[in-house]
Design a protein around this ligand. Structure first.
Ligand SMILES: Nc1ncnc2c1ncn2[C@@H]1O[C@H](COP(=O)(O)OP(=O)(O)OP(=O)(O)O)[C@@H](O)[C@H]1O
Ligand SMILES: [Mg+2]
Ligand SMILES: [Zn+2]
Length: 453
């Protein structure tokens, strides 16, 4: 039995079967039903999101014996041949291997003959941005005044490389990346259909790795099945694709939030031991944190938390409850680390430092608060020497607002400072600490500067 890749086996054959891209489908359906089909279209978007698929469905819709119709019959010769990819009046040209002027010249010759059997002669040019400048120029003339029976559908992953002159003569549709939710649903349907058993977490991990491309998701799943067989878990997906499964991240998340540096380090080391690259690990964790953050901020939003199974969601919500600000700081640290890790020659050290820093977040925050407070004190007017020599009258009032009644019942001292600070002796001590810190820092700066000479 020959193996047919899932991505080919599950190519949607009708607009109804297509996942997402609703804006494109709506416009094309309307064009067909109102009889306002343009003569040239350009489909742009990242790999594996349905450009070629929609081009073929559109061709079917235009050439179906019972058409033009947004619901082609799938039974007539034209429909069947387009599905099989051998329709005589629908030509698929790969722009990458037919880049030159000659290809476009012969295309212009064939265009002069009307369709052999069907309503339209349809040219689907894939990766159209690969054409040479000369080829584009030759195409331009044809695009301007094509015979009424000719339709062009261009597809490209790099629309910015298509000349403006071409762009202004086509109707452009931008295909979007598919969401994790959309991909997971499609994978669920495919696994049911194929009697494959996969956990919810496993399919979500595959969908995340596909980065919006349905074809990538389907190919990754083929890869996992060929390794793990017709039943697989998230851990196996992680092993095959060499990425951290979510249990690593959930453990790391918990350890960092509770300042358990040892556990946090252990999680990272274990991932490294399993062959997960530090760059992939840290990028995955930054993404995890952003998803966890949106889950914490918008727990009821249907799309937030789509990256997680229900069990994972509960665990993240429990660990992160009341710690949203801390999660935000973690996100900051790991986005920066992920960026750094890309360009560093020592990505594992970058990640290690980030893990260490993040696990000390609580204590670092404390130091920040202390310095902040001390600086606040320092910026207040400092007492003069004469102030110091006169002991402050004891009022027993420790209020810092200065306007509550003194507990002794005595009238508020008229000469008391407008901001009755705590104890002046204490303030003096704090002032000295700040001065000491500042002068120590100064001394270090001077030393570094002179050493640098
Ligand atoms: N929107 C979608 N809905 C369902 N399946 C899809 C969708 N997009 C892609 N696929 C799956 O991915 C396969 C490849 O899709 P398609 O050839 O349409 O991608 P493409 O956008 O043309 O990509 P490329 O830029 O790489 O040519 C399809 O056969 C199908 O299995
Ligand atoms: Mg394509
Ligand atoms: Zn048909």
């Amino acid at each position: 039995m020959s193996f047919l890749a899932t991505a080919r086996k599950y190519r949607p054959q009708s607009f109804e079967e297509l996942v997402g891209q609703e804006h494109v489908v709506r416009a094309l359906r309307n064009a067909i039903t109102t009889g306002r089909v343009g003569h040239a279209y350009l489909f742009s978007g990242t790999r594996g999101v349905g450009k070629t698929t929609v081009a073929r469905i559109f061709a079917k819709a235009l050439n179906c014996e019972k058409g033009p119709t947004p619901t082609p019959c799938q039974e007539c010769a034209s429909c069947k041949e387009i599905t099989a990819g051998n329709a005589i009046d629908v030509k698929e040209i790969d722009g990458a291997s037919n880049r030159g002027i000659d290809a476009i010249r012969s295309l212009r010759e064939t265009i002069t003959y009307p369709p052999a059997r069907d309503r339209f002669k349809i040219y689907i040019i894939d990766e159209v941005h690969m054409l040479t400048q000369e080829a584009f120029n030759a195409l331009l003339k044809t695009l301007e005044e094509p015979p009424p029976y000719v339709k062009f559908i261009f597809a490209t992953t790099e629309p910015q490389k298509v000349p403006e002159t071409i762009m202004s003569r086509v109707q452009r549709f931008d295909f979007t990346r598919l969401s994790v939710g959309q991909i997971v649903e499609q994978l669920q349907q495919i696994t049911r259909d194929q009697s494959v058993e996969a956990t919810d977490e496993a399919l979500r991990l595959i969908a995340l790795q596909a980065e919006g491309s349905m074809r990538d998701a389907e190919s990754l799943m083929d890869q996992v099945i060929s390794f793990a067989g017709a039943s697989f878990t998230e851990q196996q997906v992680g092993e095959v694709l060499r990425v951290a499964d979510r249990s690593y991240y959930i453990n790391l998340f918990g350890a960092l939030l509770h300042e358990n540096a040892a556990t946090a380090m252990r999680v990272f080391n274990k991932a490294k031991g399993h062959g997960i690259s530090p760059r992939s690990f840290v990028k995955g964790f930054a993404t995890f944190l952003s998803q966890a953050l949106s889950l914490l901020l918008l727990p009821d939003e249907p799309d937030s938390g789509v990256a997680f199974s229900d069990v994972q969601k509960r665990s993240i919500l429990a660990k992160g409850a009341g710690r949203t600000a801390q999660v935000l700081l973690l996100l900051d640290i790991f986005v920066e680390a992920a960026d750094k890790a890309v360009s560093s020659s020592y990505p594992d050290l970058v990640v290690l430092a980030a893990v260490a820093r993040a696990s000390l977040l609580g204590s670092l925050a404390d130091i920040d608060t202390i310095i902040h407070k001390l600086q606040g004190l320092e910026s207040r007017p400092v007492m003069s020497l004469s102030d110091r020599s006169q002991p402050e009258p004891v009022t027993g009032n420790t209020s810092t607002t200065g306007n509550s009644s003194p507990p002794t019942g005595r009238p508020h001292q008229a000469q008391a400072t407008t901001r009755p600070a705590p104890d002046k002796g204490l303030r003096l001590q704090q002032h000295n600490v700040v001065s000491h810190i500042v002068s120590t820092l100064d001394a270090q700066v001077i030393r570094v500067e002179t050493e640098g000479d």
